[in-house]
Design a protein around this ligand. Sequence first.
Ligand SMILES: Nc1ncnc2c1ncn2[C@@H]1O[C@H](COP(=O)(O)OP(=O)(O)O)[C@@H](O)[C@H]1O
Ligand SMILES: [Mg+2]
Length: 457
Amino acid sequence: MFIVFIYNIKLAALDEQKVGTSFVYWISLIRKVPSTPQLGTPARPIRFRTGLHNTLFDVLKDRGYKFTDSELDWDLHWADVGWVKETLDHLHLEEYQRINHFRNHYELTRKDLLVKNLKRMKKILEKEEKYDDAKRYNFSPTSYVLPQEYGLFTEEYKRTGGVYIMKPIGKSQGKGIFLFNKLSQISEWKKEFRYRSTDQQAPETYIAQKYVENPYLVGGKKFDLRIYVLVTSYNPLTVYLYRTGFARFSQFRFSMDLKGIDNNFVHLTNVAIQKTTQEYHDNVVKSGIGCKWDLRRLKLFMCSKHGVEAVDTCFTGIQELCLRSLLAVQRVIIQDKHCFEMYGYDILIDDELKPWLLEVNASPSLTADTPEDYQMKHALLDDVFTIIDMEKRLTGTEDHIGGWDIICRGKVDFQNMKPSLLGAFNEREKNLAQLRKKRKASSVTTSAANSNQTKAK
Ligand SMILES: Nc1ncnc2c1ncn2[C@@H]1O[C@H](COP(=O)(O)OP(=O)(O)O)[C@@H](O)[C@H]1O
Ligand SMILES: [Mg+2]
């Protein structure tokens, strides 16, 4: 026990980032280190910790993992971002422990920091005279961080006008969002900001973002996409894209009539907003699908209207913007081999089939509104854990795992990118069966080789 303690202190001392004096930190050094039996076997089941009691909990239980409420003795912690902020820096993690967020994930997932990082990346590329690459960063609608860039914003607004959308950086699910097309319409917000500043309270930061006025419509209704991206390492950058995602529809016909600019039910496609309408409930009862369309269904619909090539270009564009956003933060995010992260990308397609990045969520919703939704999220998460591979069953060379396809292994060659598999047929069961078969075959070969070696001795 004493030796383990000394060994852990040594390890921690090597790791400058984690050296701290907090109680949790020192306690984390002296915990028991379960080692020998292979993780994920009956002798050593994987112990998980989480505060969630939704699909995620079911998936982990179904995989045979054991729930623990221990602060420190867990193998896998599906933590909320608050815990990461407050506790992760003060913990010494063991080799085998895995956690579902990178420490400073907010560089990608906070609206203002995402904008800042995308702008910075564009500038770097322009400085390096990579103008074509820099132009490919035009997937984020023009945005200003307020109040910091208020002067710059008003100057630009007086020149160009148009409709903007105000989004508080610290909220989600459409909360606090409003549209405006006159500077006077943000005077309420300005007043509150002045009042708060004198009160010495930090004012709430917003981004004012150019509103995409020409969204792609289906049956006259606006939607945005939820796409899942999994990063298992920032260095080398290792990224997977899930084939299945969904479109979230508004229940109301879209219109840019300025009289209805304050109608969030028309303009915001968040399920949390749509759910509060009678129309949503009527649709759930009638069709059982709520306000969502499976990505594949949308892709087929779009192919029938615009042809496969145009839709492939659009969907490959989505894959490209996911990768480019990650490249923009690759150098700022603190790489940590214990961390992985599954992001929920919010993407809007316009009527010219151009994809726009609206935001990246660090904690995409894992609760299900319909049985179909439950099945999809269960499969999605189950495949995440197959990739995280705490049981050590993969070889590390697999390109397709369940419904996930690897889209970056260290480097991306944008010039020679194959059409994206986003929205493709998700044959995860078949794929998983193939992986199991391969593993069986290779373990038979290994044990045959071992017995030959023993005989030779
Ligand atoms: N620039 C934009 N143009 C058009 N619609 C937008 C824009 N930004 C956001 N929206 C709409 O508002 C919704 C909420 O915005 P989002 O940035 O995802 O914030 P939240 O964190 O509240 O979900 C989106 O799902 C989309 O329907
Ligand atoms: Mg959103």
